[in-house]
Design a protein around this ligand. Structure first.
Ligand code: HEC
Length: 114
C-alpha cells in the first residue's frame, strides 16, 4: 500500500515535470526568488508568467525575443520608462521606483522562460 502510494506520487511528479517544464522550473529556488522579486516590484499587478493579464505573459515575451541579442538592453529601458504598442492597446507605465538592478535581474530571468 505504502509502496504503491510512493510509486503513484513518483509517476505523478514525473508526469507533471514532462508535461509542464515551467511548472517544474517554478520549484527551482532561483525561480521562486524571481517570482518573489516580481511581486515585490509590482510587475505581477499586470503580468503573469503564463497568462496575459494587462501585460503579455512573460513566456510570450521570452518567445518573441529569443535569439535577439539587443532585446535585453532595450527591454530594461522599456520596463523603466514604460512602453506601448508592442503587444496591444494597453500601455506599461514607468517602473522608476524599482531599482535598476532589480529590473535588470527580472528582465534577464524572464527572457529565459519557456
Ligand atoms: C501597470 C501595469 C504594468 C506593470 C506594473 C508592469 N508591466 Fe510590463 N507591461 C505592461 C503592458 C500593458 C505591456 C505591453 C506594452 C506594449 O504593448 O508595448 C508590458 C510589457 C512588458 C514587457 C515587454 C516589452 C516589449 O517592448 O515587448 C516586459 C519585458 C515587461 N512588461 C516587464 C515588466 C516588468 C519586469 C515589470 C516590473 C518591474 C513590469 N513589466 C510591470 C504592463 C505592466
Amino acid at each position: 500500500m505504502r509502496n504503491s502510494f510512493l510509486l503513484f506520487t513518483l509517476l505523478l511528479l514525473a508526469g507533471t515535470a514532462s508535461a509542464n517544464d515551467t511548472a517544474a522550473r517554478e520549484n527551482d529556488p532561483r525561480d521562486q526568488a524571481m517570482i518573489d522579486l516580481a511581486w515585490d516590484s509590482g510587475c505581477f499587478n499586470c503580468h503573469d508568467v503564463h497568462e496575459e493579464i494587462r501585460g503579455p505573459a512573460w513566456v510570450e515575451v521570452a518567445r518573441r525575443y529569443r535569439g535577439d541579442d539587443t532585446a535585453f538592453e532595450r527591454l530594461v529601458v522599456t520596463v523603466r520608462e514604460g512602453g506601448s504598442g508592442n503587444w496591444g492597446d494597453d500601455r506599461m507605465s514607468p517602473n522608476r521606483r524599482v531599482p535598476e538592478e532589480d529590473i535588470r535581474t527580472l528582465v534577464e530571468w524572464l527572457l529565459t522562460l519557456e
